[in-house]
Design a protein around this ligand. Structure first.
Ligand code: 13P
Length: 353
């Protein structure tokens, strides 16, 4: 079975200049949509579950979905990642349920509302990295707080998101601090803040450099070229999906996401993991609404979930192709957690000595 760690997958992506979308999942339909798209495009996969998703589906269900998907699609390497782990317990229980990677989000305190001090972030992230590496699992840290440069506010996703007004200093990752953070924590990947935020309402206009600071990513990459960078809040909130929802009774106000071409630019500057949840939610909800409007007598849920999954699959396929992930699954020979743990213990995976 091809269950892969984040570190191995992102090392391969860096060596071959591509990015990997990390799609959030809560249920079987989303898992199938992602894996069908991955199979059609020969792409390795990152599935990620937030604390909210774990509470919704249950750890046993989620971990069995991943095992089932890896049996159905044995040629596709799958990384199972904890999105926005809020403390050591969330991260360690994820690993206990078979996740091969965790995000320790120490940019916020454990309540996932209060922006944390730098010292707190370093200390908790280093601790989680040390423990995860014992068993070969990977760790993503976060430096800088996600939120909008237009409003200074963060949108909540599954109960994670800063409360109150944030300053530009908090909203943009400092490249020098990023270097210090990676040295002190030994993370495998670093999520940075550059003006993206979770959810559909990211920008009030098509973003330019003032509200989406891609040049910050370029500066960070120059400082820490070996560190895999992660872009959160990277849904593009496509117009066609806003229209699909609104033409079928929805009431989303006009909004703008992260243009795919900006993500492609990020990939050229060390962005290897690109988090996407909202676009998949919109694809599913758009089709639900369409069927409900066009066929009001329909009561078989499969008549809703099948077109919804197909809409999501189309979106995933597009991102695998645009990010250069396509065609790479067959080139990866999966390294086991046990072998990864030995490499960590031997110091072979350190970025700084
Ligand atoms: P979106 O809301 O832009 O899809 O971002 C999801 C995300 O970053 C999950 O961590």
């Amino acid at each position: 079975m091809g269950i892969i760690t984040l570190r191995q997958l992102l090392d391969h992506a860096a060596e071959n200049d591509y990015g990997v979308p990390a799609f959030n999942i809560n249920n079987m339909e989303q898992g199938l949509a992602i894996l069908k798209a991955a199979y059609e495009t020969d792409s390795p996969v990152i599935l990620q579950a937030s604390k909210g998703a774990r509470a919704y589906a249950g750890d046993i269900m989620l971990s069995h979905i991943v095992i089932a998907l890896s049996k159905m699609y044995p040629s596709i390497p799958i990384c199972m990642h904890q999105d926005h782990g809020n403390n050591e317990a969330t991260c360690m229980t994820a690993i206990g349920h078979g996740f091969t990677s965790v995000m320790m989000d120490g940019s916020l305190e454990s309540d996932q509302k209060t922006p944390a001090s730098y010292e707190y972030n370093v200390s908790i992230t280093a601790k989680v990295a040390e423990m995860a590496h014992w068993v070969g699992a990977s760790v993503e840290g976060e430096l800088g707080v996600l939120g909008s440069l237009e409003t200074g506010e963060a949108a909540k996703e599954d109960d994670s998101g800063a409360e109150g007004k944030l300053s530009h200093d908090q909203l943009l990752t400092d490249p020098d601090q990023a270097l210090d953070f990676v040295k002190k924590t030994d993370v495998d990947a670093l999520a940075i803040a550059c003006g993206t935020s979770h959810g559909a309402y990211k920008f009030s206009r098509k973003p330019d450099g003032e509200i989406l600071a891609m040049e910050v990513i370029e500066k960070i990459h120059k400082k820490i070229p070996k560190t895999h960078l992660v872009m959160h809040g990277s849904s593009s909130v496509p117009q066609y999906l806003q229209d699909l929802i609104n033409e079928n009774g929805g009431q989303m106000t006009q909004t703008y996401g992260v243009p795919v071409e900006e993500i492609e630019r990020g990939i050229k500057s060390g962005v290897r993991k690109i988090n996407i949840d909202t676009d998949c939610r919109m694809a599913i909800t758009g089709q639900f609404r369409k069927i409900a409007k066009e066929k009001p007598a329909e009561f078989d849920p499969r008549k809703f979930t099948a077109p919804a999954s197909a809409e999501m699959e189309k979106l995933c396929k597009d991102r695998f192709e645009r990010f250069g992930t396509a065609g790479n699954a067959q080139n990866i020979k999966v390294i086991t957690l046990d072998e990864m743990s030995k490499s960590y213990a031997a110091g072979e995976l350190k970025q700084f000595n």
